[in-house]
Write a protein that binds this ligand. Structure first.
Ligand SMILES: [Zn+2]
Length: 191
């Protein structure tokens, strides 16, 4: 079968075309003609977090600030691809930290989430990575991260009921040690 997409520098369109054929499709039919190129572009976009260092995202937005109450950013939406099936999982991050003389610009926390979400991921690992990146950047007294997400690899295959959420959390410093700090954070997240 003749290739629809010429194999240029990007090998992904050719691989997608082979995959379509292996699935029993005809990659030359009208509706699929542009699919390999489109899927390649989409996959590149959804994994563009590989090219970005988390510390670069935060660099320049860390400020000395005499504020020692808890900072919480709730309901940060994310979309990611699970590394086991390359199918979407998506939901929300809730991120809190207790500053120790330094704070980070609030818009940087969703950016940080985006960098880790745009890689092939496991929810558990991503939860920890965001917590540790934030801890590394602002050296706070503690960090808490809660992630609620739906996994299409489970829902579409019937492994899990549609709409069911997987919840993960990762606590560092005072969020791990001090039950009151953790309770305050979880209370703000639930509210
Ligand atoms: Zn999966």
């Amino acid at each position: 079968m003749a290739r629809v997409t010429p194999k240029a520098t990007d090998p992904i369109p050719g691989l997608v075309e082979d995959m379509l054929a292996a699935l029993g499709e005809d990659p030359t039919r009208q509706g699929l003609k542009s699919t390999p190129a489109r899927m390649s572009r989409a996959l590149r976009e959804l994994t563009d977090g590989y090219g970005v260092a988390p510390e670069d995202v935060i660099a320049g937005a860390v400020f000395d600030q005499d504020y020692d109450e808890m900072v919480v950013v709730k309901d940060i939406p994310f979309y990611s691809l699970c590394e086991h099936h390359l199918l979407p999982f998506f939901g929300h991050f809730h991120v809190g930290y207790l500053p120790k003389g330094r704070v980070v610009g609030l818009s940087k926390i969703p950016r940080l989430v985006g960098v880790f979400a745009h890689r092939l991921q496991l929810q558990e690992r991503m939860t920890k990575e965001v917590a540790e990146a934030l801890a590394g950047a602002v050296a706070p007294k503690g960090v808490g991260v809660v992630v609620e997400a739906r996994h299409l690899c489970m829902e579409m295959r019937g492994v899990q009921k549609p709409g069911g959420q997987l919840i993960t959390s990762y606590m560092l410093g005072t969020f791990r040690r001090d039950p009151r700090t953790r309770a305050e954070f979880l209370d703000l997240v639930r509210r």
